[in-house]
Design a protein around this ligand. Sequence first.
Ligand code: OAD
Length: 364
Amino acid sequence: MNEKENGQNRISEAELIETLQNLNKYREKIAQVKPEDFKPTGELFQIEGTSFQVQISPEATRGDLLYFISHIEDLVKRKLRTVSSEEEDKLKGKTIMNHYKGNITPGNDIIPVPDFEKAKAFVPRQHLVFLTGAGVSAESGLETFRGEDGMWTDQERVRLASAGAFYYDTEKCLDFYNALRMRIAEAEPNEAHRLMAALEKDYEVTVITQNVDNLHERAGSTRVIHLHGELSKVCSSDNRTTCIKEYPLDAPIRIGDKAEDGSQLRPSVVMFGEYVISTDEAVSCIREADLFVVVGTSLKIHPAAGLIRYARPEIPKYVIDPAEIDPCVQLGFTHFKTTASEGMRRLVETLRATSLRGADNSCY
Ligand code: OAD
């Protein structure tokens, strides 16, 4: 017996109503993405100016409903773009919604679900996820940590970047961070930062960085997750998760400067001996990535180093670094063994030459 003949799999009235209620939740999310592109107007949906009059078949199965929900979630999560003719072929046969003749929707005779015949004209934007480290900022003149002249070759600086130094040698620890903050203020984003930011025009892009500088943001990246905190912010020294606020990089933090809770102000970064507060957001981004790129990190520090294992095996993966990065090699990443900016130029060319598509329907 196939699914449609099996009455067990038919959608019940209650499930339909629940789906409709869930839809309202999706509509809110859609509105946050870009309200003018996706407006539910009574029984109509509008996506990028196209109206969808949508109705559900009494024969629709539970599987159809689940497919519909996941499709909507995809549309919501990512912005939309039109598809080429060969992609359209692949989407054929996914039309599942026809007429529903009953009258079960609250306040509406027509159940507002997308018409898949029309929805096939849209597929989500691809999600590119970058994991970056000190190497991406090297061409901006900021030191890496473990290279020949890296910051951690000086044991005194390792000591000063620790929670112990902050409590027992506060002034020297603050001086160390203030000098670093000033160097970041004077640095400029380089081509690698800028190329990553420019990809937002055609792709959904998330940058997960171990860096405490703000060069990704200054290059224009809008979605940056800082695993090790940000030197352009300060926080409470009683509780690192509170009283976080922007603080000019060129203004030194002094002993006696207070957070709102009365504690000594401190840079909002992870010091040696402290936990990385949350990697959950980074993990879920990497899990849903369509392409994953590691740039300029030795992957010596956990939990950041472990993140590379969350990328789905089937997606394209790249590592950009002049050095051998063994954990990536073992997982089959394509290695651009060069600097961040040269590697980013090659990545952009590769995207153009492959089938990973951007927003404007051109084939990259
Ligand atoms: P590392 O210093 O460990 O590694 C820097 C990486 O960048 C190395 O693999 C270099 O080969 C590479 N590199 C150097 N120049 C480059 C260039 N021009 N272009 C591209 N890559 C280049 O720095 P991270 O891996 O970022 O944590 O270090 C991770 C964490 O360790 C840091 O966030 C920091 C440190 O302890 C904290 O402070 C909490």
